[in-house]
Design a protein around this ligand. Sequence first.
Ligand code: GLY
Ligand code: MN
Ligand code: MN
Length: 483
Amino acid sequence: MQTLVQKLLPRTTFKQVVAFRAYCTDKILDIGQPTASSHPELMKEGEITPGITAEEYITRRKRLLELLPENGLAIIAAAPVKMMTDEVPYAFRQDSDYSYVTGCLQPGGLAVLSHDFGLCMFMPETKPYDVLWKGKTAGVDAALEFFKADEAYPMRKLHEILPDIIRRSSKLFHNLNTASPAYVGLEAFQKAAVNDRVKDISLFTHELRLIKSTAEIKLMRESASIASQALLQTMMHSKAYPHESMLSAKVEYECRMRGAQRMAYNPVVGGGCNGSVIHYSRNDQRVKDGDLVLMDIGCELHGYASDLTRTWPPCGKFSAAQEELYELILLTNKECIKLCKPGASIQDIHDYSTKMLREGFKELGILKNLKSDLYHHLNPTSIGHYLGMDVHDCTRVGYGRTLKPGVMITIEPGVYIPSVFEVSERFAGIGIRIEDEVLITESGHEVLTGSIPKEINQIESLLNNFCFGSTMHGSHFMKASIC
Ligand code: GLY
Ligand code: MN
Ligand code: MN
């Protein structure tokens, strides 16, 4: 491989900054994120992030380069740090494309890939004063030795090195989501943009990320398992603590206690008619006795998201109207899952679900005829989406794409009836969604969220035969003290 960048700038900073610091009682290399030496409970030697080896990252980079046209250049920036106020940042989450290619979970860097030199990482330099506030971060030495970049330079050299590389490239592909002035502001980049030589790299990265490797599937199974266990615990807890905010707190606690780094999105905890607000996020009301609660939750485990939804009555008993609608959504969920196999597409499954739901709504008297436009108000969502590093993953890949083994999708039929619903008062204010994660396999599919109950008899049995780990008297006491 040609060392184009090296020719332009001799590497003077390499090995200058190798520093160790006391970490607990041992001397451990601190590069600002877990390593096998700092977190042996999480990582094995040879892994760049938990569960993903350096070889896998190198393969990802090779495959991305194979998609790049000859003389094409890829520029992927790390996510920016968003500030809450003054010097106080929001929790940082790395951009999925940058993370997928580099494994670096820290802000401030830029990854540049070309057929000439492979992966070149421009790394932020942490000054001693910054270390005082933020701790150590990965620099040039970590980029080369830990992230296995072919080339690495400090960010301050970017304007000396990158313009020439850009000028030599016929086409540039960059991450639109994280485009930063550090490189977009360069005259060479501006010229390339004016000449229509700049495109969005997600066209390629989403293609690569669509089919999960064995290691990624293992992480996604674990992420789904953590979220399922957490939601099960929360379901049982809901009889004693029927408050949206408490259920949200409980599910997050249970996910993080099981090793998740964060929630994959703000949990949706909608009691009663709040369940018919599809991305409800206030989570600030008490769930009324007899109402359903809809919880749509997922966590992130080492970069991989889970996403599942259950709807149940915390009081322990579905009403007749709730039961009729629930059975329709459940049947749609189960029938759609049966369709998940290589050769089908999300669009095919969506079309099938629409047909089933229209017929079901008509039978229940909710739609006057099968073609009614009201349907789009009752269910405006897709039957599912791709799932992976992002919750709505690989959005550049259309839903008409034929499913292949290794693709992960969700199946999430729902019904969202407004609180004032003249067509049928008995269904007014009911929101139901049942969402599962489905991995497409050679022989069909595997449901990753199958451990969490969704049959009415299972849910009622779970809620009514659980004494909250103590006596019934104890749970009544807690209920009384909170409501
Ligand atoms: N939780 C977002 C979704 O299910 O699409
Ligand atoms: Mn979903
Ligand atoms: Mn969801």
